[in-house]
Write a protein that binds this ligand. Sequence first.
Ligand code: NAD
Length: 361
Amino acid sequence: MEMKIGVIKGDGIGPEIVDEALKVLNKVAEVYGHSLSYTQLLMGGASIDEYGVPLTDETLKLAKESDAVLMGSIGGDAKTSPWYQLEPSKRPEAGLLALRKGLNLFANLRPAVLYEELKGACPLKEEIADRGFDMMIMRELTGGLYFGARSTEMIDGVLTAKDELTYNENEIRRIAVRAFDIAMKRRKKVTSVDKANVLDSSRLWRKIVEETAADYPEVELEHMLVDNCAMQLVKDPAQFDVVLTENMFGDILSDEASMVTGSIGMLASASLNETKFGLYEPSGGSAPDIAGKGIANPIATILSAAMMLRYSFDLDREADAIEKAVADVLRDGYRTIDIMSEGKRQIGTREMGDRICSYIM
Ligand code: NAD
């Protein structure tokens, strides 16, 4: 297969961790006979330094012309970086928001996986961690409360703030379809999370998700109220496969699910639109505190590249090979500093990339 990939190395540790992900992709292409071409794109701080703005129209155009975009993290230290002397719309993060909007990325996917070898980092009780978990939090990204009308005004002499939560059936259906498609590639279960006992938007959410489920008879669907879901994530995370939810609930639940895995350097993510296109990036930031030291954990970016192969190119076998190589490296005791524990062997960013490549055969 020929794959045209846009690459945004980003700021801070971005270039270091993206280089390792590209190394792994190149190894996969060699072993499985694929052809990859990369277009380097500047976004965030690196784009401000070069062009004075965090995202140019040309970069957005080139991103749209790619089959998928792999990205490191962007941004710098808000206290010391000159990027943060600029007005908010010119800062690095504004580039990322504009890119997501320009690419119409409405579905955010964050896997939360507890690796057998990293169980010690899991903050949950031992008997819960022992059961392991492997879930995909799927969050609607462009609708709901964060995009509704808002106002603060004096009503009858009382200062009153208002935020509107709106979803239409099309916005719900398109993400529900993605969730069921993804469940078909996994353990075939969708937990749709809402607050249907209170909110009209949640009742519509539930109705449309149920209609969508009718097209996927192999997938088990359950509904869960968001307050219960927040509890279940720490009580019994093993029960979840795909967790589908709206923007604000997803914002909170995806962070909660990330925390129970115990390591930020391991967390991949993807944002998808209606086509096969996706933007794939680690969940963590640009870690300016460790940039340039060669110690950043590249695994989240490498796993994001695996997600790219699975969801943008339907190369499940190749994605499995990367995920297995990561598990093998951990099993053999290699760790970057952030996931280091007693008796394990500490290695740097590059060696981690090399070792993962060596397990892909
Ligand atoms: P951060 O995630 O960059 O760092 C938090 C802590 O985690 C730091 O101690 C860091 O060293 C560590 N860490 C993060 N990734 C790591 C990795 N791969 N390996 C080892 N350790 C890792 O969060 P922050 O310090 O709050 O933010 C730094 C910058 O990143 C800010 O400018 C912020 O806006 C930006 N940011 C960007 C994105 C993105 O590009 N999507 C996301 C979050 C934050």
